[in-house]
Design a protein. Sequence first.
Lengths: 174, 360
Amino acid sequence: MMLARKLRLPIASIIMLVAISAPLLRAADSSAKVQLNVDKAGPRAVEGQTEQVILRDYRTARTSLAQALEFNTLDPLEGPFVGTAKKRLTDTVTSQRSTGLSSRYADQNHKLEAVFYAPEGDVIELHDTAEYQLQVSDGGKSIQDQHMVVHYVVLMTPAADRWVIRQLQAVPQF
Amino acid sequence: MPGNLSDHSVLDNSVLAPPAQPASVLDDSVSADAVLKGSVLKKDFALKGRGFQPRRKYRKISRGFSRWSRMAATRVGCWLLVCALAVHLCSVCAAQDIHPPTSASAGEDTHLTAAGSGKATFYLMGPGVSSKSEVELGQEVRIPAQNVRNAGNYSAILCSDTCRSATFYVTPAPPATLTFLVHPSRVPVGQNDAVSGVALPFDQFHNLVVAPHEINFQLTSGNPNLMSRTVRTQNGIAWFRTNSGKNAGVLQVNASLDAVTSRRAVQQVASDPCNLRIKGQRTTKGIVVETELVRDCSGNPVPDGTIVTFTANSDNTKSSVDAPIKRGIARAQIEALGAATISAASGVVMGNELRIGAQP
């Protein structure tokens, strides 16, 4: 009895800690791992600093996309996406809200390859081979949990202080 | 086990089996009993020498038979259960088997088929769309055109007892517009690789058309056709780079893909002045110098506002005056009493030297 009484407090603490950290762990899971290869980019060569910035901004964009579609919120889409890409993601979130669906992108792994960089540096085309676990739920009930490998054609353009995604389009193959 | 059973059956048939019992049943029952109880046969064999007790043995066989019955029933029951589960699973799988469209084009009605019977919930998830509807299994599930306007991958999910999903791709419609980026907007004439353009074909739903298409680029300045080049798109992009023309004025840059055309204009301006020549004369107020019509090496008048610097050297004094070109000519007045040597420069181009005598 004494031992059980002594153990009660640590066990309760552990349970509380797990309960508190669970959402944080879940949020961290939506972060994306991105690798970028610019060797085949042309006709303009991608400068080292540009490469780092594109890598940073694409990773941010994919993490924001995952958060937006998981929690059905539009805020994460402000900034990383413009034009058609933003419009489509906004439409997805809006329709998910109305149908009570949500999509969770877990364990995201992106292999990016720059295939075109405009002569004046005003647009870059990337090929993204993305792997992730897609979990779709309807009102909290899981209706799909599938490992996906999707090929994306991505158009990014420079904005005031970052590169933004203008087009994000899945294709059967490159 | 089979070897043991046959050995035991010989023994059991001769010693233990009552005549009413079928041999095979006895074989199984005794051997099963022996297996289960361990030393039953050894014990019974030992008892044989000391005096056989048929009633006890019969009880054992009877008990063995009832156990066999129970085991057999259990085994059959298990198999039946497994079969029933398999049949149920197969029926569930078949009931929700989805056959997505093999090819679907953006903005066109498409459909998929779902085998089975009864009702199910159909979800369609794709770029810009997330829909949910009730469908009848075994019938064609129609996907309206407005749900597949955006090219990309779609997930079709069908849920009744369980959920099954299939993915399919929607490809872009034929090109309807050309996004055309041309640089720069203003370019000096006669420059190498100074004009570049990038064209991206999009369909009417703003999908990038990644399938290869031939785009014709044309550059015209006035009447002469400066360049005409056909470039095949790669990954949805075609581009060119070329020299600027020889004449100042508007450079029309066209990109066309079948009936789709996109036009841009580049202002070609004169390049740096060439052969800068000046003339001058002394007046009561000093020396007035002016250039001839300032032109570039291609003969285009240099734009107004271009600065020409006049420098006068006289009696160990040096003075400079900057004058903008107005209507093609730059003019300045220099205060110099004595004889002076005057020169002019614009950018990196030097003009002729002019000697003006002292004031009389």
